[in-house]
Ligand binder design. Structure first.
Ligand code: PAN
Ligand code: ZN
Length: 187
């Protein structure tokens, strides 16, 4: 009997581009990110069809114990002085964690507990981010090039984009060519 070798999907580590696998792709534009950035006037003036990030996910089964794998490609850019970022979310099933791997570009991973404690991890090629359970997460591109990260998460985790309606407790801005982190006051 000949046992066949299965060719698995491939990812180019330097870019996060998948090959030899079926993909699901989703683009998120400036228009999709209303109320996400601090400067509403700057958001309004930006070309609404401009793509802020693309997510490419490998097709894989949904169910308890199953995993999803996806790459996020976040463009470099600013809305006002605020760096491009993903919408960010808690998992619907809060007890489900996730792992991000930095592939290329430079940025930050903003993490926030349910109690509102926020912290930042630097993302670059080779960085490994273990996102704990009960922790919201958002990628921020602070560099000049695309920031790409690979993510692995439980298929049952789900995305809750609403519980952070008041936003994250930290925002990251470009200031004098550097990075300025500001605490957001929630009244
Ligand atoms: C990632 C994110 C991806 C896009 O795959 O979904 O970076 O960010 P938003 O979902 O916040 O728009 C992930 O964390 N999955 O669970
Ligand atoms: Zn997630």
């Amino acid at each position: 009997m000949t046992i066949p070798f299965v060719t698995p999907p491939q990812v180019a580590w330097a870019s996060g581009i998948f090959s030899a696998g079926s993909l699901r792709c989703k683009s998120t534009t400036v228009a999709d990110l209303a109320d996400v950035f601090a400067d509403a006037d700057a958001w309004q003036k930006e070309a609404h069809e401009r793509v802020v990030y693309n997510v490419e996910m490998l097709e894989s089964p949904y169910g308890e114990g199953e995993l999803y794998v996806g790459a996020t490609h976040l463009s470099a850019g600013l809305i006002g002085d605020e760096f491009f970022m993903t919408r960010g979310h808690f998992h619907q099933r809060r007890e489900q964690g996730e792992v991000y791997f930095g592939l290329c570009g430079e940025g930050l991973l903003l993490l926030q507990s349910e109690q509102g404690e926020a912290w930042l991890e630097t993302v670059q090629s080779g960085s490994v981010h273990i996102i704990p359970a009960f922790t919201a997460h958002r990628l921020i591109n602070t560099g000049q090039n695309v920031l790409s990260a690979l993510a692995v998460w439980p298929s049952v985790a789900g995305h809750d984009y609403h519980s952070l309606a008041q936003g994250f407790a930290l925002r990251v801005f470009s200031a004098a060519g550097g990075i300025e982190v500001r605490e957001v006051r929630v009244d």
